[in-house]
Every structure is written in structure tokens, then in C-alpha cells.
Design a protein around this ligand. Structure first.
Ligand code: FES
Ligand code: FE2
Length: 462
């Protein structure tokens, strides 16, 4: 670090940094994984009411959600003309439809006559005919047919096409935005889009998609996945292999933040246990279905003398993943094979970087309820080198009382999610019960959460 660079160490855990861990890796890492900006954005408390106030929620409904880019579905979910997916957010509903081979549109899912939703299930249609009185629109949103047209003089000679939200795509995802004046999606995603070029999100398929209703405000759910302070109390089983306190947090822009946590390196909280590499690998295998980090659970663990658990895990991941999808991972850095590299995009999405099957999260309010939310968990796998592209799975919906174990496709992540989600209803209740009316975020590790609240405040003020 040269003399002009800011010194981050005073605000950091005294153990080695994520950068230090990268310096020991077996391959050079891309420059963008190195320490990014961590501006000082203060330590002020935040009102607990941010998570339950009906007034604040109404402002979010009016001033936040109609202004932001939101991932609505994957392009692969609507491969054929007429295929559509419904995306809903705070009482609004959109029909995201492939209106032509190379065109996707998003229509407000509301009949221009008396407002009935045009569709309530995902599907494929060459027309959207309202089930109430039978007025119809084409798949491209143009007006098609009105069986009671004789009684509508006011519609004659007018454009009666379905109103649209804006649509843009990145990485095989379809995003919508209700604001005609919003900046383009690319300006929100930068620099994530550049960092993710090698991970080829567009050439991945949705192998898992679970959407669960959770008993807490959408921000409570999102924030449970934005810091590693909770590992020590909530996920003690990962401490033997996850360098939690050493994690790196960066604010890359107003819209993109990230957290990097190293795998195969024990938490500083258990450094005195002196886990052997084999013990570290065994601990990883218990929760490593996503990345195959550490190899397959049935295989013997034989870590050669002088090889670190992290290097061993990364090599196992290269070989197991390469055997599964046929791609060559020989040059992939250890970090990109086994680490948790979470990028968050304003205001409610998270995309994991790296070559392994990547996690994608989305959090949003459950309808117009400030006290419940929907968390989507997707796992995207690379399309096998030899093809063909596997079909994406449909969304598996879990109700508010359904356990994550009802979605066995999540594999080793189930236990982690159960632990995370076990806290959340009690966070929501505890926020109401607060004696001070405030919550406090830590200065460094919870930097990204503080930024989220600052950005929301900015949008609600406008
Ligand atoms: S409400 Fe749709 S046709 Fe009447
Ligand atoms: Fe967690």
C-alpha cells in the first residue's frame, strides 16, 4: 500500500485481511477482488421503525419500488414467443412476456376496462384476453379485440395498448423499471457487470429456485445476508473453515456493494483450536453442496503434507466441477473456486461471483405487508460445455410456515438457511419491542447495511 492510500486497518479485525489470504493463494487473483473503497459513512443509529412503520412502508411503496431496477425473471424462463412470467412488487403486477423472438416486454397486469388482472399464473399465450368481459390484447401489448366495443365510444381512435414498464437484460436476467426517467440498468450494475464477465451468467441455467415467505420486513431478511458478524452465534459449524472476521466489505458505488469471505481458512474465533487441514475439509463438506468446495462428501480426505486446506479444497472443487460440466478450471484462482463472493445490487438483489454454481438472492415485501417478505434463492449452474442447455426449474414456493427442508434441492444450504431464518421473526418482534427505538450497525462489517438505509432515506426524501 503506498503512502497516499487510505489505511483501513484501524477499523478492521486485528487478524489477517482477505487481501492477506489472497496473497498466499496458489494462483494470481483478478485485480478486482482486491480491497475496494470503504468510505466513512458514519456510525449513527437507525430508527427501529424503519422495519415496521406503515408510514415508511407507504413511502417505500410510492418512492422506492417504482424507481428501481428489479430482476423479474430469467430470459430462459420465457424462451418462446408468448411465454410470460408474472412479477409482483408492493401491489403492482407485471406480465413479463417474450413479445417477439428478440424482444421482451413488461405490461402492467391490469385490464384497461375495470382493472382485473389479465393473468394470475405463469404460462404461454398469443393473446391476453381478460377473463371478466373478454377484452383482449396481443402478446406485444397492442389492442386486439373488444366484444363490447359498441358501448365504448371513448376508446375509439385511441391507442389502447397495454401500458409498459421498461425492460433491460443482463447476464440472462430480465430487469424491469416502472420509472421512464430512471438511469439505464448498466449504470446501476457497473462495475459488477465488468467483474462478472468471466463468470458468464448468461450461459448458466437455473438449477434451483426457491421462494419463501418470511415473517419479517424485507430489509431484515436482506440484511441477514449482508454481514458475517452473525456466524459466531448463528452458524458455529462453519467457523472451522470460514474466515468470517477477516471478510472484506466494499462500497463500489451507490448501487453495488460486496462482501468477500475466505473458505478453507478457520475463523479467528477458533484459531486456538489448531484444526488440521483434514478437519477443515470435513467441516466444509457438511455445508458445501453449492460449490463442491472440499470435494464430495463420500471421498477420502487426504491432504498432502505442506498443502493447505484452502488449496486442497480449491483443487477438489476444480476437479469435481470440471468433471460435472466439462469446463476447464485449471487457471481459476482459489478464491473464485471456493470463496463466498457476494455482490449486492441496489436495493434488494445479491449475485455471487466465481466459477462454482452461483447463488442469487432477491428480497421484496410480501404484497403490501411491512411485516413479511419473500426471499428468492436461485442456484445457477454453468451450461455443460458439451451442451445442451438444461431447462430452468420452475419456482418452488414455500409458505410462511414451511421449513426450508421442504426444498431438498437446496442440499447443504438448508441447515444454513434454517439457522438464518430462525432469527428473523424474533428480529422483527424485537424491533417492535425496542426500548431505545433504534438499531446500531457496526462501522465496518455492517457498512453495507448502513449504506442501504442511507440510500433508502435519499429516495424517500425526493
Ligand atoms: S375488466 Fe377486463 S374486460 Fe372488463
Ligand atoms: Fe447466515
Amino acid at each position: 500500500m503506498d503512502g497516499t492510500a487510505p489505511d483501513y486497518r484501524p477499523d478492521r479485525h486485528p487478524s489477517e485481511s482477505y487481501d492477506d489470504i489472497l496473497n498466499r493463494d496458489t494462483r494470481p487473483v483478478p485485480a478486482f477482488l482486491r480491497q475496494g473503497p470503504t468510505p466513512d459513512i458514519g456510525v449513527d443509529p437507525v430508527p427501529a421503525a424503519n422495519y415496521f412503520s406503515a408510514e415508511l412502508f407507504a413511502k417505500e411503496t410510492e418512492k422506492l419500488w417504482p424507481k428501481v431496477w428489479q430482476m423479474a425473471c430469467r430470459e430462459e424462463d420465457i424462451p418462446n414467443v408468448g411465454d410470460y412470467q408474472i412479477y409482483e412488487i408492493v401491489g403492482k403486477s407485471f406480465i413479463v412476456v417474450r413479445s417477439a423472438a428478440d424482444e421482451i416486454k413488461a405490461f402492467y397486469n391490469s385490464c384497461l376496462h375495470r382493472g382485473r388482472k389479465l393473468v394470475t399464473l405463469n404460462g404461454c399465450k398469443n393473446e391476453f384476453r381478460c377473463p371478466f368481459h373478454g377484452i383482449a390484447w396481443n402478446a406485444d401489448g397492442t389492442f386486439k379485440d373488444n366484444p363490447i366495443a359498441w358501448d365504448f365510444p371513448q376508446w375509439r381512435d385511441r391507442d389502447m395498448s397495454l401500458p409498459q414498464a421498461r425492460v433491460e437484460t443482463w447476464g440472462g436476467f430480465v430487469f424491469i423499471n416502472m420509472d421512464p426517467d430512471a438511469p439505464p440498468l448498466a449504470s446501476v450494475l457497473a462495475p459488477l457487470a465488468q467483474h462478472f464477465e468471466g463468470y458468464d451468467y448468461a450461459n448458466r441455467y437455473k438449477a434451483v429456485h426457491v421462494a419463501k415467505i418470511v415473517r419479517c420486513n424485507w430489509k431484515v431478511a436482506a440484511e441477514a445476508f449482508m454481514e458475517s458478524h452473525h456466524s459466531i452465534a448463528t452458524h458455529p459449524q462453519i467457523l472451522p473453515f470460514l474466515a468470517d472476521a477477516n471478510s472484506q466489505y466494499d462500497l463500489l458505488s451507490d448501487f453495488v456493494s460486496r462482501q468477500f469471505s475466505a473458505s478453507g481458512v478457520p475463523s479467528p474465533f477458533v484459531a486456538d483450536r489448531n484444526y488440521s487441514p483434514a478437519e477443515i475439509i470435513q467441516a466444509m463438506r457438511g455445508v458445501s453442496d453449492r460449490t463442491r468446495r472440499g470435494g464430495l462428501s463420500g471421498d477420502a480426505v487426504e491432504v498432502p503434507e505442506g498443502v493447505t486446506a484452502r488449496a486442497y479444497a480449491a483443487e477438489q472443487a476444480r476437479q469435481v466441477l470440471g468433471a460435472e460440466d466439462g469446463w476447464d478450471y485449471a487457471g481459476a484462482s482459489d478464491a473464485e473456486m471456493v470463496d463466498s463472493l457476494l455482490y449486492n445490487v441496489w436495493p434488494h438483489m445479491s449475485f455471487w461471483a466465481g466459477y462454482s454454481p452461483t447463488l442469487v438472492y432477491r428480497w421484496r415485501p410480501n404484497g403490501l405487508d411491512p411485516e413479511s417478505s419473500i426471499m428468492d434463492v436461485m442456484i445457477l449452474k454453468r451450461v455443460p460445455k458439451a451442451g445442451p442447455r438444461p431447462a430452468p426449474v420452475p419456482v418452488h414456493e414455500l409458505g410462511i410456515d414451511d421449513p426450508w427442508s421442504d426444498a431438498p434441492e437446496l442440499g447443504g444450504l438448508i441447515g444454513i438457511f434454517e439457522q438464518d431464518m430462525g432469527n428473523l421473526p424474533y428480529v422483527q418482534e424485537g424491533l417492535h419491542a425496542s426500548g431505545t427505538g433504534t438499531v446500531h450497525f457496526s462501522r465496518y462489517t455492517e457498512l453495507r447495511i448502513r449504506k442501504l438505509h442511507q440510500m433508502i432515506a435519499l429516495y424517500l426524501k425526493s
